[in-house]
Design a protein around this ligand. Structure first.
Ligand code: FES
Length: 274
């Protein structure tokens, strides 16, 4: 059937400047599948991460010094003994604050302002627009030019904090080479922690802000060979940024889940050394 026309009285996508089509889209494929999968994936992570961040149990394995990334760094006297690698400058924390409260807001900010995640949730959650050639429901479009979305410009500052957090997670992974009888130890948990840390570094370094910091605003690459080399490496990683964004959500959950199972004595860690 021929599309019907809309009155020229609307605003935004239904304004006079849009093609006069009343249907939100003429697409007949299942364009809603990718946004629906995105919503499910993000919601699953947010629910899991929120619950785990608040339970305050099974986040530290004293025998092997495994610490889940959701509680790192653990900086308060509410943390179980041994889990505070960087001291306890904070006293007892009320239950309303997760023990990882120092970095969790920054990690959340880093992911929320990430260029890939913006694309994902602008489409899947805000329908702005939900897919190519599918009109968005909003009457007005102001982009990222005013509050709250102008905060997206702070992404590079969250990136700097994310680098510090990656260093902390790396320290945790090194500290986890600890055996039951003291000294060096190595088990399946170490592999889990290291896979997670390496992928977190890959995600962080593949950031668009990192790429710009490395090689942006240079007029002559030849005059800056080190920055140029770094920029080319980051550019290669950057092509996989979406993949790394999703993979690291998965490895964060798997790492936390593994530590939880071992810390709660639900399973024993597979030990190779000590
Ligand atoms: Fe995704 Fe920076 S663009 S983390």
């Amino acid at each position: 059937a021929a599309p019907t026309t809309t009155p020229e009285t609307g605003t935004g996508v239904f304004s006079r400047t849009r093609a006069r089509i009343s249907e939100r889209t003429l697409r007949t494929d299942r364009w809603w599948v990718p946004p629906a999968i995105t919503v499910l994936g993000l919601a699953a992570f947010v629910i899991y991460a929120t619950i785990r961040s608040y339970v305050r149990t099974a986040y530290w394995v004293p025998d092997y010094h495994y610490l889940t990334p959701f509680y790192s760094p653990c900086l308060s006297t509410s943390c179980v003994e041994g889990s505070s690698h960087f001291g306890t400058p904070f006293g007892e924390l009320p239950a309303i604050l997760p023990l990882g409260f120092v970095v969790l807001p920054f990690l959340l900010g880093f992911r929320l302002t990430c260029y890939y995640y913006r694309k994902a949730y602008y489409r899947a959650v805000w329908f702005s627009p939900p897919a190519c050639a599918v009109a968005e429901p909003h009457a007005k479009y102001t982009g990222e030019t005013r509050l709250p979305l102008i905060i997206q410009n702070a992404h590079r500052y969250f990136f700097y904090v994310a680098i510090v957090v990656s260093v902390i997670n790396t320290y945790d992974a090194i500290a986890a080479f600890h055996g039951k009888d003291g000294g060096f130890g190595f088990g399946l948990g170490n592999i889990v922690l290291w896979v997670n840390v390496i992928l977190l570094w890959a995600y962080t370094l593949s950031c668009h802000s990192c790429r710009h910091i490395a090689g942006g605003r240079l007029k002559h690459f030849s005059a800056h060979p080190v920055r140029y080399w770094f920029w080319t490496q980051v550019s290669k990683l950057n092509t996989r940024h979406m993949l790394l964004a999703w993979t690291t959500l998965g490895t964060l959950v798997l790492t936390d889940f593994y530590v939880m199972l071992v810390a709660s004595d639900t399973i024993s860690d597979l030990r190779f050394i000590n």
